[in-house]
Write a protein that binds this ligand. Structure first.
Ligand SMILES: Nc1nc2c(c(=O)[nH]1)N[C@H]1C(S)=C(S)[C@@H](COP(=O)(O)OP(=O)(O)OC[C@H]3O[C@@H](n4cnc5c(=O)[nH]c(N)nc54)[C@H](O)[C@@H]3O)O[C@H]1N2
Ligand SMILES: Nc1nc2c(c(=O)[nH]1)N[C@H]1C(S)=C(S)[C@@H](COP(=O)(O)OP(=O)(O)OC[C@H]3O[C@@H](n4cnc5c(=O)[nH]c(N)nc54)[C@H](O)[C@@H]3O)O[C@H]1N2
Ligand SMILES: [Mo]
Length: 893
């Protein structure tokens, strides 16, 4: 047996090696107050409330390691007295309200359990508070300067926004920037609030003082914002959400969360939520009954099929929705309508990852679990900004770096992680392929490759070697703007590491040659033998939406069935046909941009858009609007009257993730359960029920009446998921795919013995660098990169409807001081940005985060019109839009 065996009050307990005496005492079933301690943090040993006796010495249990064989005493009268005195000293300095009845804080609880009465708290108070921030309020009088919040912010979140100020008894937490909390560096992850033992830091409102330590009765679910897959506990009262707490045992988040999952649930009760179906009559959307709306949809779909055949109908399924809902949407399109015209927003996002990773390794998922990635000694983070877009992962990566892992960041912008990087490569947007070839060139030239691996488990080395001769560091420097010395330094770090890992984002995929970007990035891992082995942790896309991995896994794609069988493969079709009992069309369907083109050309007669605001988030938005105008029937399933819903003929009100049952698949391929915490508003129904209802309005029965039944049916079509069920997930929490057998665990790490390609080998790609689709010229001299900000989510439909709006009220355009000077733009001023495709209105922010010649903005406010700027250029393999490179000019108006 591994671990350490010790005696606690005469009872033998085993604890993991390196555990503290406090952990051992708790493992033995006793508890001690430990006001400066939190499992998520390094121990401080400052409050002296957890005193025990070990090997004859009185010690603070939280900072004392459990040495093998040691005898610990906790229950003697003198120890009880010492602990009680320590707690009393702390409590006596606080004002009476600190111990008031019903105060759920750890200190108040400790006092109650030790019989320390409320009258012990005799402090005068009067130090005031700070309620400037919407989610974090400070009551200075309750601060005991335990430093947990400060350590949480530094050690877990990595933001270092907090500090302790003042002396002695007057010491109190404060933002490091001085001023009010709202103007500090706080990113509202909620960590400080969750660890505070006294209620000095609280979430305002009904959740005041509640933390994950209390484990209040709650609904365990999976966050519906990004693809990290944080496990959350939703506390409710009277059918409304009181608070959302991070689950301490969450497999990915481990007791952490971000401003979206933790706090951005205000949209649920927004008066703008859709509560009734809407139907367009005389040009206006009017509320109607479900029967009327469904009847209209069914008649419209039938008419479209009658006029143009099944190919004239298409659906965009939602990566925000559950697996079961996506499974049902694609089944409806294939089995009821008879077309493969179904796609999801993976098209706009990581479709190049799916294509690239499949070509390189045979499967479309990231190759390793994030837990493994975190063990790596060298992280190569490419075109991803996890500090803002996947904050819990960003925090875990940063923690790893602060504990000694090397970090190479490749991003044109000075993103959050770059400040901690050993090397920050800043390629010109759109030049990744050259950059990766440059790194590969150095790996080869310096003998930093794994020759045995290349011989036994890879193909394509001769062709790649020949191509790489054209990519020496100097030439790569010319193309990318990255100094040759930096390139060499980065290659040496990656090449010399014990177990390097690659993590990447949309800065790789959303390009004219995004799939080549993924493949040539994967080359680096193959050259190093750092994929499918213990000598590295592979190539891992930070998938975006909560369930974009799942939407694709479920076959909401025009060329792939559930579990990635090709629609052109008779064997894959036969498997689906055997379960569905109808023929599956064999011609691949339309991709999202092709759906719009078909609509504009009059060939698409009905489009069902489920949970994607195509008019705000798809590129070249003016053309998207034109497509919707041209399409005779547009149905939109939505929470809000989005830009797309506004233009639809029928709008169906649906439930959001906090209101429904199912599963999501996160970025490292884990299936996790989604459970309803509150009912949907008004007449809104889950997407699952809506798809069923539309099918029955067309006299079709989709079978699988419940989400649980749908997942089981999916497992019959898709061997990759055959071992999964709701029951199993309820028992085990998270299970990764491939999971072929209910009795066996899923495979967190892929490709151990062989790659999933036809020949079992990893395929190196000898793709030459090709320039991006858009180039600056005299009229449009700047390169616009678009991407994300921490407080908002994509179209902003949910995060703008709540207090996140106060944290980040507008879409900003970042530009370099040199460019600001050249174009006479002042910080904070409204500007018009013009591209060859359209114009947008933004507020300028001058700073050094962007390089000269480049500007950056988010697309979280549809009214700013950012996607009217972006072009029709798209990845040549997958049609993923080139969101990251648009030539623009900035005009002060
Ligand atoms: N707060 C927040 N979180 C989100 C989202 C959100 O809207 N808001 N959206 C979710 C979704 S759907 C997704 S897909 C993910 C996306 O998560 P990320 O991929 O991290 O997001 P982006 O900010 O779009 O782009 C990442 C980075 O790519 C860089 N980049 C641009 N061009 C290039 C290039 O040519 N080479 C290199 N090496 N880098 C380049 C940009 O500077 C940017 O910092 O985030 C998810 N999480
Ligand atoms: N300029 C630029 N544009 C981009 C990007 C970029 O980097 N730059 N990134 C692209 C990427 S990666 C992505 S993924 C897309 C995302 O684009 P979208 O998918 O359009 O964005 P979201 O805001 O996530 O969600 C779309 C809609 O789904 C609704 N919704 C939420 N939950 C549910 C649900 O359970 N059911 C239903 N039916 N609806 C629901 C929301 O109200 C919202 O209106 O944006 C793309 N657009
Ligand atoms: Mo995305």
């Amino acid at each position: 047996m591994t671990g350490t065996e010790i005696q606690v009050d005469g009872t033998s307990v085993a604890v993991p090696e390196g555990a503290s005496l406090l952990a051992a005492v708790r493992a033995a079933g006793s508890d001690l107050p430990a006001l400066c301690s939190d499992d998520r943090l390094s121990p401080a040993g400052s409050c002296r409330t957890c005193l025990v006796r070990a090997a004859g010495q009185t010690v603070a249990a939280c900072v004392t390691p459990a040495a093998p064989g040691v005898h610990v005493e906790t229950a003697t009268d003198d120890l009880r007295q010492l602990r009680r005195e320590a707690v009393e000293v702390i409590a006596s300095a606080l004002p009476p309200r600190a111990l008031a009845d019903g105060n759920p804080g750890e200190l108040a609880e400790a006092c109650r359990s030790m019989g320390i009465g409320p009258d012990t708290a005799q402090g005068a108070g009067g130090r005031g508070g700070d309620d400037s921030h919407p989610y974090v309020h400070l009551d200075r009088d309750l601060c005991i300067a335990c430093g947990r919040c400060v350590r949480m912010c530094a050690e877990v979140q990595g933001t270092f926004a907090l500090t302790l100020v003042g002396r002695g008894a007057d010491t109190v937490v404060a933002p490091g920037t001085g001023g009010p909390w709202a103007e500090s560096d706080c990113v509202a992850c909620g960590g400080c609030v969750d660890t505070c033992p006294t209620g000095a830091l609280t979430e305002p409102g009904p959740a005041r003082g509640l933390t994950s330590a209390h484990r209040p009765p709650a609904t365990r679910t999976t966050c519906g914002y990004c693809g990290v897959g944080c496990a959350l506990d939703v506390v409710t009262a009277g059918g409304e959400i009181t608070t959302v707490l991070p689950a301490r045992d969450g497999p990915v988040n481990q007791g952490h969360a971000c401003v979206k999952g933790r706090f951005a649930h205000g949209y649920i009760t927004s008066p703008e939520r859709l509560t009734r179906p809407l139907l367009r009559r005389d040009g206006r959307l009017e509320p109607v009954s479900w029967d009327e709306a469904l009847g209209h949809v069914a008649r419209g779909l039938r008419a479209a099929v009658a006029a143009g055949g099944p190919e004239s109908v298409a659906a965009i399924s939602s990566a925000r929705a559950t697996n079961e809902e996506n499974y049902l949407v694609q089944k409806f399109m294939r089995a009821v309508i008879g077309t493969n015209n179904v796609d999801n927003c993976s098209r706009l996002c990581h479709s190049p990852s799916a294509a690239g990773l499949t070509a390189s390794f045979g499967l479309s998922g990231g190759t390793d679990s994030f837990d493994d990635v975190e063990r790596s000694d060298c992280l190569l983070v490419v075109g991803a900004n996890p500090v803002e877009a996947h904050p819990v992962v960003g925090a875990r990566l940063l923690r790893r770096v602060l504990h000694g892992a090397e970090l190479v960041v490749a991003d044109p912008r000075a993103v959050g992680l770059a400040a901690h990087a050993d090397v920050h490569l800043r390629p010109r947007p759109g030049t990744n392929v050259a950059l990766f070839h440059g790194l590969a060139h150095v790996l080869l030239a310096e003998g930093l490759t794994d020759e045995a691996f290349l011989r036994e488990r890879a193909t394509g080395l001769p062709e790649l070697t020949e191509l790489l001769a054209d990519y020496p560091p100097d030439r790569v420097a010319d193309i990318t703007g990255v100094p040759a010395a930096d390139l060499i330094a980065a290659a040496r770090l990656y090449g010399g590491a014990r177990s390097p890992a690659i993590v990447y984002g949309l800065g790789v995929t959303e390009h004219l040659h995004g799939t080549d970007g993924v493949r040539t990035l994967a080359n680096l891992a193959i050259l190093r033998g750092a994929v499918g082995t213990d000598r590295g942790h592979g190539v891992n896309p930070l998938r975006g939406q909560n369930n974009v991995q799942g939407a694709s896994d479920m076959g909401a794609l025009p060329d792939l069935l559930p579990g990635y069988g090709k629609v052109t493969d008779p064997a894959a079709r036969a498997r689906a046909e055997a379960v569905w009992g109808v023929p599956v069309p064999e011609r691949p369907g339309l991709r999202i941009p092709d759906m719009f083109a078909a609509a504009r050309a009059g060939r698409l007669r009905a489009l069902w858009v489920i949970g994607e605001d195509v008019c705000a988030t798809d590129p070249d938005a003016n053309k998207v609007a034109e497509a919707l105008r041209a399409c005779p029937l547009v149905v939109c399933s939505e929470l809000f009257l989005s830009e797309t819903a506004r233009r639809a003929d029928v709008v169906l009100p649906v439930a959001s993730w906090l209101e429904k049952d199912g599963t999501f698949v996160n970025f490292d391929r884990r299936f996790q359960r989604v459970r309803p915490a509150v009912p949907p508003p008004g007449e809104a129904r889950s997407d699952f029920d809506v798809v069923h209802a539309v099918a029955s309005a067309m006299d079709a029965d989709l079978g699988c009446p419940t989400p649980a039944a749908a997942l089981v049916e999916c497992g019959r079509v898709a061997p990759l998921f055959a071992g999964l069920s709701h029951n199993r997930l309820d028992r085990e929490g998270a299970v990764p795919w491939p999971c072929r057998d209910p009795g066996r665990p899923g495979e967190a790490k892929l490709h151990r013995d062989r790659f999933a390609t036809a020949d079992g080998r990893a395929h190196l790609a000898a793709a030459p660098y090709l320039p991006p689709g858009e180039h600056p010229d005299d009229d449009y001299p700047l390169i616009l990169v678009t991407g994300r900000r921490w407080a908002h989510y994509n179209s902003g439909s949910m995060t703008r409807r709540g207090a996140n709006l106060a944290l980040d009220p507008v879409d900003l355009l970042d530009l370099h001081p040199g460019d600001a000077h050249r174009y006479a733009v002042r910080d904070g001023e409204p500007v018009t940005v013009e591209s060859r495709h359209g114009r947008a209105r933004l507020i300028a922010r001058v700073g050094e985060q962007t390089a000269p010649g480049q500007v950056f903005c988010s697309f979280h406010f549809p009214t700013s019109g950012v996607n009217r700027l972006t072009s029709h250029h798209a990845d040549t393999v997958t049609s993923c839009p080139e969101y990251k490179v648009t030539a623009v000019r900035v005009v002060v108006t």
